[in-house]
Design a protein around this ligand. Structure first.
Ligand code: ATP
Ligand code: MG
Length: 401
């Protein structure tokens, strides 16, 4: 799609007609019916529920895509079975879009682009590879995106956009972090961009939280008794009934976009079947949806360990699960008292994804961000909105995850 196309589709009204555990324009059932032909084209061979392997009762699904150029199994979670299924299928579809190369690319240097009156992304603020080889005079691939704060064209390093993990990489790559942070699909363009922006804010908030002094982070444990949203309350109750401690951390950064991270801990895990501490996080303008995302992702992470369904959890990680010292550290985490209230955060309730988007962009601009780029990865043959969002200045440390 050209830039005028994405500008127009971003502004197309996207009312939240479905608000049951997620803010969407249509129900998960309708999404699944709409995308079934795309899932087939993307090579999804099977979608299976794995949540039942655990004893919590939160739905978790896997979408299998054996011919992938990236992870072959996408995990999905939700408060209902159709929502979890839609999340797995949509993630498989978004990755498929990002690993095929359809966009025109320009080979150029950051220096030359800036010198020729074009606008390159603010490369200084972008997340680099740990072994990064970036230099302003290094030739690399760029793709056109839309900078959403000023709605102007911007050139984005292609390495930070695509998710084709085949080797060898193209010349110039190993400059910027490659990966799926900020990659999202949605029923509408605004919905996809809101999801992507929330994801980049979530990852950034986690990095910043990890830098807090121990006393500051300890003060962010949320008291579950203060969580009065009925759906969050129901899910917290499922962990309680299963005898699994759910620790909730308020990881909201200075941006003020509600961000929670949960840790599920089995302090008395039986020796013959140790289950690790798992973690999940979520960000959303509404704190209850941020928390629902964090809780369901925590359950998803457990199910993935039990089912062995993640391509990137290797034997060494499983061996760590048997490591007693790791369990002692977890036990220490449980003893931090929960002093923070769910009501300590202010949130923003809007009736449309367009308003969420405008609010998120306003938050970024209000905190000094000058660029929020979106690259449109929608395949015109299918018309399902898929985007990659890059916000220079927001952090991400995938190699520490
Ligand atoms: N009900 C739904 N309708 C349309 N799209 C959905 C729905 N649920 C999830 N998606 C899309 O599916 C993708 C995966 O979303 P999900 O919330 O499951 O994971 P995520 O938080 O992005 O996970 P990860 O941290 O692994 O990237 C996103 O692109 C999201 O927009
Ligand atoms: Mg995602």
């Amino acid at each position: 799609m050209n830039l005028n196309g994405i500008r127009t589709s971003l502004h197309r009204p996207s009312p939240k007609a479905f608000r049951d555990g997620t803010d969407r324009s249509v129900s998960p059932e309708e999404t699944l019916a709409r995308v079934a032909p795309i899932a087939r084209a993307a090579g999804v061979t099977r979608v299976g529920g794995v949540g039942g392997l655990d004893r919590i009762g939160i739905p978790v699904y896997c979408a299998f895509r054996p011919d992938s150029r990236n992870l072959a199994v996408s995990q999905g979670k939700g408060t209902t079975r159709p929502a979890a299924r839609a999340s797995a299928v949509m993630e498989a579809i978004e990755l498929w879009h990002a690993e095929r190369h359809r966009l025109p690319v320009r080979y150029d240097t950051a220096e030359r682009l800036a010198g020729s009156g074009e606008r390159p992304a603010d490369v200084a603020g972008m997340v680099k590879c740990p072994c990064h080889e970036f230099a302003p005079d290094r030739l690399l691939r760029w793709v056109r995106g839309l900078e959403m704060l000023e709605e102007e064209p911007v050139w984005v390093p292609y390495e930070s956009v695509h998710c084709d993990w085949r080797l060898p990489t193209a010349y110039g790559e190993h400059s910027f972090q490659n990966g799926s942070n900020g990659l999202a699909s949605g029923n509408t363009m605004a919905e996809a961009v809101v999801h992507a922006l929330c994801e980049v804010i979530e990852r950034d908030s986690i990095v910043r939280f990890d830098r807090l002094a121990p006393e500051a982070s300890a003060a962010r444990r949320v008291d579950p008794a203060t969580v009065d949203d009925p759906e969050c309350h129901r899910l917290i109750g499922l962990f309680e009934q299963a005898g699994i401690e759910l620790i909730i951390w308020d990881m909201t950064s200075e941006l003020g976009v509600p961000t929670y991270s949960c840790v599920a801990v089995e302090v008395d895990s039986p020796w013959y079947r140790p289950l690790p501490q798992t973690q999940g996080s979520g960000t959303h303008p509404l704190r209850r949806i941020a928390l629902l995302r964090a809780i369901t992702e925590t359950a998803q992470a457990r199910a993935a360990v039990i089912a062995g369904s993640r391509d990137d959890i290797f034997d060494e990680r499983y061996e760590l699960y048997f490591d007693g010292s790791a369990r002692d550290r977890v036990a220490a985490e449980v003893t931090v008292s929960a002093t923070r209230s769910f009501h300590d955060l202010r949130d923003a309730d809007h009736g449309t994804a367009n308003e969420d988007l405008a609010w998120l962009l306003g938050v970024l601009a209000g905190h000094g961000h000058r660029q929020a780029a979106v690259v449109d990865l929608t395949d015109p043959a299918y018309g399902l909105p898929v985007v990659k969002v890059v916000v220079p200045g927001l952090e991400w440390r995938p190699w520490e995850e």
